[in-house]
Design a protein around this ligand. Structure first.
Ligand code: CA
Ligand code: CA
Length: 324
């Protein structure tokens, strides 16, 4: 597949790595069902925690609804955790209702005008497995986290959990190669993969000397058919994004290969994601000293001349643009 290059520079990767821990919008709080995946059998009882990482915000109160497949699971109890009382402050319940679907929980701090900032467990839920083999999402919705002034904290990242009843967890591999549009290898790429259905993120393994990436995940723990995976690639200072929906055949096969081509911007001779006077200088060196690069041949006459260098200089100044 072809991807448009973006002009996002290396600092974006820093943000991407930070997002593995905290929310997308830099350092927004994260509410998660933990563990991500639990494999259980009919008749089992098991517990899941709803955890919050404030990621720098002060949290005064928290509420959520939780949906699950009630033909597989039954809730036995939902108990307050220590997140909002981690400093010894008392808290007041807003709601704790396990009758019906969804189950609901809410709690707020009282007798203080500061919020909590350390991660912790908001509530612990105990389920019993009543159903036949299957899978259930534990999906948080209607999440409201509030600041000490009682206003809602925006852009909270919500991470769903999953439960598999009598479902074997199988390995799931994703691998591929990252290349530039002209076919040249993009060595040591940074490849970040996000499951948009669960907001879980992973960084693929890469090596300095190769354009290959690979990652080992687990199905159904990390993904199931229908999940949408977002690939974010950074190579040098260039980057690109792509999305892929996991097919049942890929789950059955234990993974898939996914090659990504970063389309090179015409005129971006040093492939750093933008056209600058540096590119014009490199093109001029090719024109004078000999050499050919299709990316530098912006007028497509099969040679790199001083005219190409001039056009790249004009593009760098914003006077002209090149057709993709
Ligand atoms: Ca450039
Ligand atoms: Ca030319």
């Amino acid at each position: 597949m072809k991807l448009k290059p973006t002009r996002v520079r290396r600092f974006v990767m820093t943000a991407v790595i930070a997002a593995v821990v905290c929310g997308y919008a830099a350092a927004s709080p994260v509410i998660s069902v933990e563990p991500t995946y639990t494999g259980v059998s009919q008749g089992d009882n098991f517990t899941m925690n709803v955890t919050i990482d404030p990621c720098g915000d002060e949290v005064m109160g928290a509420e959520y609804n939780l949906y699950f497949n009630d033909s597989l699971l039954n809730v036995l109890s939902q108990n307050k955790g220590s997140f909002l009382s981690q400093d010894g402050a008392s808290t007041a319940p807003i709601v704790n209702n396990i009758d019906g679907m969804p189950i609901k929980y809410g709690e707020m701090r009282r007798g203080t005008d500061i919020g909590v900032t350390a991660p912790g467990t908001l509530a612990t839920i105990t389920f019993e497995v009543t159903g036949v083999p299957g899978a259930s999402e534990l999906r948080l919705s209607d999440v409201v986290l509030s600041y000490p002034d009682a206003t809602e904290i925006p852009e909270v990242t919500v991470r769903t959990g999953r439960v598999g009843t009598d479902q074997p967890s199988t390995p799931f591999a994703i691998c591929g190669r990252i290349t530039h549009g002209d076919g040249s290898e993009c060595s040591n790429p940074a490849v970040n993969i996000t499951n948009l259905n669960t907001s879980r993120e992973w960084t693929a393994a890469t090596t300095e000397s190769s354009n290959y990436y690979q990652i080992a995940l687990a199905s159904p723990g990390d993904m199931i058919a229908g999940d949408v995976l977002r690939f974010e690639v950074v190579c040098g200072d260039g980057s690109a994004e792509a999305e892929h929906t996991v097919a049942q055949a890929e789950v059955d096969a234990g993974g898939f290969e996914y090659n990504i081509t970063l389309e090179t911007l015409p005129g971006d001779v040093n492939r750093d994601g933008e056209i600058t006077s540096v590119d014009a200088v490199i093109a001029l060196q090719m024109a004078v000293c000999g050499g050919y690069d299709p990316v530098a041949d912006v007028n497509h006459d099969n040679s790199v001349t001083s005219l190409d260098a001039l056009m790249i200089m004009q593009a760098a100044a914003g006077h002209i643009t090149f057709d993709g």
